[in-house]
Write a protein that binds this ligand. Structure first.
Ligand SMILES: C[S@@+](CC[C@H](N)C(=O)[O-])C[C@H]1O[C@@H](n2cnc3c(N)ncnc32)[C@H](O)[C@@H]1O
Length: 200
């Protein structure tokens, strides 16, 4: 493996590839690869959390349990970055109760529309799903108690910008719960050059 491997693709190509990848999952064109209930148990979700979440929101796309660190409680305002069909939004909505509020942001309109439909059907009145990019959050300054995210920031081509946005929207003393994957060693050039590898 060459030490000086570099991304040959521009940011827009990568963003489009990621968007297309998750649009195909949202619309059912592409299937999630694992039994998602087994995966979520292995990732540390409790039986109660898995019982509370509408099963159609559970795509098995997470890589940890962001609630473990952030521990949302009654009355808090929570923001989920890259919410998909709302898996962690619905879990947080149960934790914060009727006096709290949870916002989910996702760049795929198909994910957002599906999450809204699930929320409406299951009568969640303390959730709100917004189309947007985590690099430019459609959320007011100093408005959230907690920001969570599950396996999304690794997909961003502008990770520092994502963290600037997290700190902009958090209230002073706010909390962050992020589950994600990190890169332990350089990726082969063949991976960096393949747009399809950026969503997986
Ligand atoms: C691996 S999935 C995780 C979905 C969700 N967190 C879950 O655990 O079910 C990644 C999600 O992030 C969204 N996404 C990817 N890049 C994004 C970006 N730059 N801004 C907002 N959403 C993004 C995708 O559309 C997809 O729904």
């Amino acid at each position: 493996m060459k030490k000086d491997s570099k991304k040959s693709l521009n940011e827009e190509t990568i963003r489009k590839s990621v968007r297309d990848f998750y649009t195909d999952i949202a619309t059912g064109k592409k299937k999630a690869r694992v039994n998602s209930d087994d995966l979520n148990k292995a990732l540390g979700y409790s039986k109660e959390q898995l019982q509370e979440v509408p099963e159609e929101a559970n795509m098995g796309l997470g890589c940890g349990n962001p609630h473990e660190k952030a521990k949302p409680v009654e009355g808090e305002r929570v923001l989920d970055l890259g919410c998909g069909k709302g898996f962690d939004v619905f879990i947080a909505a149960k934790s914060v109760g009727k006096t709290g509020y949870v916002i989910g942001v996702d760049s795929s309109i198909d994910m957002v529309e599906k999450a809204r439909l699930i929320g409406k059907k299951r009568k969640f009145d303390n959730v709100n799903f917004r189309l947007g990019e985590i690099e430019y959050l459609p959320v007011a300054d100093n408005s959230m108690d907690i920001v969570i995210s599950n396996c999304v920031i690794n997909l961003s081509t502008q990770k520092e910008q994502v963290y600037r946005e997290i700190f902009r929207v958090l209230k002073p003393g706010g909390r962050i719960g992020i589950s994600d994957i990190t890169q332990a060693k350089p990726l082969p050039q063949s991976v960096l050059d393949n747009p399809r590898m950026y969503g997986t």
